[in-house]
Each structure stands twice: as C-alpha cells, then as structure tokens.
Design a binder for this molecule. Structure first.
Ligand code: SAM
Length: 230
C-alpha cells in the first residue's frame, strides 16, 4: 500500500514501462507496480547502504528477485544498458539533488522517454534544468499528503527547443493553467514567508540589496499570479 504521494507518482508510470526508481529506499514504488502487473521489470537504485538493505529485504519478501533488481549505486549509475530503461522515477528528494543526479547521468538518459520527478523543494531549478536539456513538461500535479504539499512533474524529451518564462519555471507551466485551492494555499504561504524575510532584512538594516531584490522579485511574481482573481 503506497502513500498518496507515491501512488500519484506510480499512476504516472506508463503501462509496461521498464522502470528505474532512483533513491528507491524500500523499493515500495516499483514493487507495487509489479504487484499490480502494470510493469514487468524495474531497477531500484540506492546510494546508501541502509536503504539498499531495505530494498533487498522487500524484494526477497515479495520474491521479486527476477524482475526487481536492487543496485547500490550513485544516481543514474544504477542503470545498465541491458536494462533498456525507458522510464526514470526520482522522488522524495530536493530539486537540486534531483537536478544533480540528472546532470551527472546524462549519458544514461539517451533511451529514456519519461522522467517522473517529485521534488520536495526547489522546483524552479529543476524545471530550468529540464528546459535547458530539451525536456518538455507533459504533466504536473500539486498534491497534499500528510500535511505536506508536493509537486510531481512528468517530462519527456523534445526535439524542438523548450522555452518557459520565469513565471512558468516558478509555478509550473501546467499548474499555472489549472490553479486550484491548493495552488493558492502554496503560494499564499510562500508569499507570507518572503514578506517575513524582507521585514527581517529591513529590521536588521541588511545591506544585501541583491538578496532583497531577488526576494522582492519573487514576491512580485507571486502577487501577480495569486492576486489576479481574488
Ligand atoms: N523515493 C522514495 C520515496 O519517494 O518515498 C524514497 C525517498 S528517500 C526520502 C530518498 C532516498 O534517496 C534515500 O533513501 C537516499 O539514500 C536516496 N538517495 C539520495 N541521493 C541519492 C543518489 N545520488 N543516488 C541514489 N539514491 C540516492
């Protein structure tokens, strides 16, 4: 049984995908997809010994040794040519770590048709990396699970250049088009956080004008979007 967050990620995996789940921990996600007969083969990559042992225990318990392969490896090094991986999931990490993993493993992405990413934070930078590396965002979700808000991004390689503006990079090009209550709540609270930071800087008479301008520019972007129809 997957958490609401992981189930939402799993729902985006195409039928019969050859899946690599990077940073898989207990391998719950690929195991659930195999149990549901939605996929037939998966690699569960882990860089840390403890989570790697968790994976192996889960795989042995479910007797999935032939179709769910645990690999102790850093990032996309877990993927081997013979796996014929076409779908990569990286979930439950910061956006900058996901970006780093993608950036260092670019040679492993050649045959990959679907990237399913669930950054806990740092979505802007991740979208920017996707754009700069010719990945188009095909689907985005914002969901709440156990008191946290999560974004999920499905991206696919694009022949044509991909261009997103600052607003689209920050809010998500598709999330921007379907703003709902959760979207408002997320960005209201982010606006509050930025206002607080700016007040603190003013009080402390901070001379860091560059930082102030950055925060203010982000705040203005947010106000321009959530201020619209309210
Ligand atoms: N993907 C699962 C999920 O979404 O529930 C587990 C998320 S867990 C918070 C993050 C996992 O990523 C940890 O088990 C950690 O060891 C692993 N990890 C972090 N950096 C990694 C890397 N460079 N390569 C592979 N795994 C990594």
């Amino acid at each position: 049984h997957l958490s609401k967050r992981l189930q939402a990620v799993a729902d985006l995996v195409p039928d019969n995908a050859r899946l690599a789940d990077i940073g898989s921990d207990h391998a719950y996600l690929p195991a659930a997809l195999l149990l549901a007969d939605k996929i037939k083969y998966a690699v569960a990559g882990e860089v840390a010994k403890g989570p790697f042992e968790n994976e192996k225990a889960e795989i042995n318990k479910l007797q999935m040794q032939d179709c769910l392969i645990p690999r102790l490896a850093d990032g996309l090094d877990a993927i081997e040519n013979d796996d014929h991986i076409d779908t990569v999931v990286i979930a439950g990490m910061g956006g900058s770590l996901i970006e780093e993993i993608l950036d260092r493993g670019q040679d492993k992405l050649a045959g990959v048709k679907h990237l399913i990413l669930q950054p806990n934070i740092g979505e802007y930078r991740l979208r920017k990396w996707l754009m700069e590396h010719h990945f188009q965002i095909m689907h985005e979700e914002l969901l709440a699970d156990e008191g946290h808000r999560y974004e999920i991004i499905l991206a696919e390689p694009s022949i044509c250049p991909v261009r997103y503006n600052q607003r689209e990079l920050l809010f998500g090009p598709l999330l921007l088009e379907h703003q709902g209550p959760l979207f408002d709540a997320k960005w209201q609270s982010e606006a509050g956080r930025l206002e607080q930071a700016l007040t603190q800087m003013a009080k402390a008479q901070s001379q860091d004008t560059q930082r102030k301008e950055q925060l203010q520019a982000k705040l203005n972007l947010i106000k321009g979007v959530i201020g619209n129809d309210h």
